[in-house]
Design a protein around this ligand. Structure first.
Ligand code: FES
Length: 219
């Protein structure tokens, strides 16, 4: 049996995408096509939605432009200003968003490729938003000799990501660092800013469970 004819879209809000999609699906099932008057109405609602999104995008663009201009003004005449500005951007966002890098390229008159060369050369700069939590493996000589490689392998395997990457749910970021100055505690990890020494591979699951439990408590 076919569904009852769907109601007219009149009264649907343009931010109710799920209802619009359901309506179109129902119309197709009922009539085999979307009647002209309905498609006109849906197009109008979509245009309202797009206009709203354009206004939001324009406000974001203005904010990005203003922030980048402030950084450039602060560092314009300093030697090595590109790196200083990138530091400021990363401190602000936790990474260097592509749209900000593009605006910086325009404002500073430096090719975007050059900006990405610098970002990718220095380990410190990130191109993706950081995870809610971080696990950093010390890969300095003392830690390396005491087995930091095994810790890293265990973390890669349990998190399913490589160093420099964040889990797909953006919860845990894995990274490495060269000596955190606690060589007497080798091998060492830094978990959400807390240094953990004499870590064994068998401890990794517990550290990750602690981070995931923190996420659930916060949720
Ligand atoms: S090498 Fe790891 S703390 Fe120094």
């Amino acid at each position: 049996m076919k569904n009852a004819a769907p109601a007219s879209p009149v009264g649907l809000a343009s931010n109710d995408e799920a209802a619009l999609l359901d309506l179109l699906e129902n119309l197709k099932q009922h009539h085999g096509f979307v009647p002209r008057e309905v498609s006109d109405e849906v197009s109008r609602l979509v245009e309202v939605k797009l206009e709203r999104l354009r206004r939001i995008q324009s406000q974001l663009d203005t904010t990005i432009r203003r922030d980048v201009q402030q950084h450039v003004t602060r560092w314009r005449d300093e030697e090595g200003n590109l790196i200083m500005i990138l530091h400021a951007i990363q401190n602000q966002h936790g990474y260097v968003p592509r749209e900000v890098a593009m605006e910086l390229s325009r404002e500073l008159g430096v090719k975007l490729a050059r900006i990405y060369e610098v970002i990718t050369f220095y380990h410190y700069f990130k191109l993706q938003p950081p995870g809610a939590h971080s696990v950093t493996v010390c890969n300095g000589t003392a830690c390396y000799l005491k087995g930091s490689g095994e810790l890293l392998n265990e973390l890669r395997s349990q998190l399913g990501v490589a160093e420099g990457q964040t889990t797909p749910d953006r919860q845990i970021h894995l990274d490495t660092v060269r000596c955190i100055g606690c060589c007497g505690m080798a091998p060492a990890l830094v978990v959400d800013g807390k240094t953990c020494g004499h870590v064994k591979s068998s401890d990794i699951a517990g550290h990750l469970a602690g981070l995931r439990a923190a996420k659930e408590v916060a949720a």
